[in-house]
Design a binder for this molecule. Structure first.
Ligand code: ADP
Length: 453
C-alpha cells in the first residue's frame, strides 16, 4: 500500500497542501473580518438612516393653535424605518407599532434603543421637538436590524458554500504549479535512474533553460559524475595495467620452473636465479603500488602544514648522494635557503626523490660525458624546483606520455624498479598542491623537470 503519511509525501504534494492551507486560512481570516466589520457597518448605517428619517418626519408636522397638523406627505414607513408620532403626553397620534416591538419602551430624547425580542433585533430612536407655542411632539423611528444581518448571513452562507470550491481550485492550481516547478526534478531523477540502472556513467543530467537552484544542482551532480567516470576509467586501466605487469614475471617464473624440471640438477641454480630476479621485480612492483596507493590516499585528504622546503631539498640531495656516487653521478644542489611552503612535506619529498632517482637512472652510460644531476630551488612569485640532468633525454613523442601511469619509454627495460609509476606520482603530487610539472628535454643531451608550486 502506498504510504500516505505527511512525512513521506512528495514535496510536490506537501507544497500544494501548505499552499492550500495558507490560502484557506487567509480566506477564513478575510471572511471573519468581513463578518465582524459588516455587523458594525450595518448598525452604523441603520443609525444614520434612522436619525435621518426621524428628523425628516418633523418637516411634515406643524403645531399651530394647539392643533397638531400632519401633512399627507408624512410617510410612516420611510426607507425601512417605521415612524410613530407621540404627543408630549406620550399618546400615540400617528403610525402603527410594528408587531413584536416592545411597546412599553420609554421615550427618551435623542437616545438609541437596541432591543432584542424573540427572533428580532430592533433599533429605535426617539426625538422630541418643541414648537413656538411651547408644546412639543415626539417622533420615534423603529428599524429592524434583521434586514441587514440577514443579508450578511446570506453572504456568509455563500462564502461557506464557495469555500470547498475554493479549496478544490487552490488544490488543483497548486498541484499544477508544483508539477511545473518540479518538472526539472523529475527529469533529473529520470536521468539519474538511467545512469544507475544502465551503469552508464557517460550520461549527464539535463541542465534546463533557467539558471536556477535546480540548474546548479544538476551542474554539481554532473561534475560529480565526471569525477566518478574518470575514477572508474582509471580504476579499470589500473587493474588491467597491474595484471599486465604481473603477468610477465609470473610467465617467466613458470617457464624457468618448467625448464629446470626438464633439465638436470646443474640447471637448477641458473633457473632459481632467474626466478629470484623475477620475484624481486614483483616485490618491487608491489612496493611501488603500495606507494602509489598511499600517495593517492594522502592526495585525496591532503593536509597542508608550513615547512622549510629548502631543508627538504637539501635532505633529498643528501639522501640520494650515495645512490648517485655509486652510479658515478655528480649530484649538486643550488638551493635558495629558508623558503617556506604550506603543503604535505612527505609528498613533496616523495616527488623530489622520484625525480632525482630518474635523473640518476636515466644517466648517460656511453662514457662520453660525466653524468651530473642538479637540484635547483628558487622562490620569486612562485616556488620553482628544477631537477636537471645530462642523461639520455626524452624524445618529443615520449615527452607527452611519460606522466601517464605505467608508461615506459623503453618497454623492454626490465630493471627491478621500472614500472612507469614514478612520474605519474610526481604529477599527482604537484597538481594536488595546485602546482604543475613540465619537462624540457633533448635526446642525448639531457632533461630538465620543472615543478611550480
Ligand atoms: P619508470 O622510471 O619506473 O620507468 P617513470 O614514470 O618514473 O617510470 O618514468 C617514465 C619514463 O620517463 C621512463 O620510462 C623514462 O624513460 C622516462 N624518464 C623519466 N625521467 C627521465 C630522465 N630524467 N631522463 C630521461 N628519461 C626519463
Amino acid at each position: 500500500m502506498k504510504d500516505m503519511s505527511f512525512k513521506n509525501m512528495s514535496i510536490k504534494r506537501r507544497l500544494t497542501l501548505y499552499y492550500t492551507g495558507v490560502l484557506v486560512i487567509m480566506a477564513l481570516i478575510v471572511c471573519a473580518f468581513i463578518f465582524l466589520s459588516a455587523g458594525t457597518q450595518v448598525r452604523s448605517v441603520a443609525k444614520d438612516n434612522l436619525m435621518q428619517a426621524v428628523q425628516n418626519g418633523f418637516d411634515d408636522i406643524t403645531y399651530e393653535n394647539n392643533v397638531i397638523e400632519i401633512d399627507s406627505r408624512f410617510d410612516s414607513y420611510y426607507r425601512g424605518v417605521t415612524l410613530l408620532v407621540y404627543s408630549d403626553q406620550g399618546d400615540r397620534i400617528k403610525g402603527s407599532m410594528p408587531s413584536g416591538f416592545p411597546a412599553t419602551t420609554p421615550l427618551e430624547n435623542g437616545e438609541f434603543h437596541e432591543l432584542e425580542t424573540e427572533g428580532d433585533d430592533w433599533l429605535a430612536y426617539d426625538l422630541f421637538h418643541t414648537y413656538d407655542n411651547g408644546k412639543g411632539i415626539w417622533i420615534r423611528g423603529i428599524y429592524t436590524l434583521d434586514t441587514g444581518t440577514d443579508s450578511i448571513a446570506a453572504v456568509g452562507l455563500l462564502m461557506l458554500i464557495c469555500l470547498p470550491l475554493f479549496v478544490v481550485i487552490a488544490l488543483v492550481a497548486g498541484h499544477f504549479m508544483a508539477k511545473k516547478a518540479f518538472a526539472p526534478v523529475a527529469e533529473i531523477t529520470g536521468a539519474a535512474e538511467k545512469i544507475n540502472s544502465g551503469d552508464d556513467l557517460s550520461v549527464r543530467l539535463p541542465l534546463g533553460k533557467n539558471k536556477d537552484e535546480l540548474y546548479h544542482l544538476a551542474e554539481t551532480l554532473n561534475e560529480m559524475i565526471d569525477r566518478l567516470e574518470k575514477a572508474f576509467i582509471q580504476e579499470k586501466e589500473f587493474t588491467s595495467d597491474v595484471s599486465h605487469e604481473l603477468k610477465t614475471p609470473v610467465a617467466v617464473i613458470l617457464a624457468q620452473c618448467e625448464y629446470a624440471l626438464k633439465q638436470g640438477e646443474s640447471e637448477y641454480k641458473e633457473a632459481l636465479e632467474n626466478v629470484k630476479k623475477q620475484c624481486m621485480r614483483m616485490l618491487s612492483m608491489i612496493q611501488q603500488l603500495m606507494q602509489v596507493s598511499r600517495t593517492i590516499n594522502t592526495v585525496n585528504s591532503l593536509e597542508r602544514e608550513e615547512f622549510d622546503i629548502s631543508m627538504i631539498c637539501e635532505s633529498v640531495c643528501d639522501e640520494m648522494s650515495s645512490l648517485a656516487s655509486e652510479n658515478g653521478v655528480t649530484l649538486e644542489g643550488e638551493i635558495q635557503p629558508d623558503v617556506l611552503y604550506k603543503g604535505d612535506e612527505t609528498l613533496i619529498m616523495r616527488m623530489l626523490i622520484n625525480l632525482v632517482n630518474n635523473a640518476v637512472k636515466y644517466r648517460d652510460k656511453s662514457g662520453e660525458r660525466q653524468p651530473f644531476v642538479k637540484v635547483v630551488l628558487k622562490k620569486d612569485e612562485t616556488i620553482t624546483i628544477k631537477v636537471i640532468d645530462n642523461g639520455v633525454g626524452i624524445s618529443k613523442e615520449n615527452r607527452e606520455r611519460i606522466f601517464d601511469r605505467f608508461y615506459k619509454v623503453d618497454k623492454s627495460r626490465s630493471d627491478e624498479d621500472s614500472f612507469g609509476l614514478g612520474l605519474s606520482m610526481v604529477k599527482w603530487i604537484a597538481e594536488a598542491h595546485g602546482g604543475s610539472v613540465e619537462v624540457e628535454s633533448v635526446p642525448e643531451v639531457g632533461s630538465t623537470f620543472t615543478i611550480r608550486l
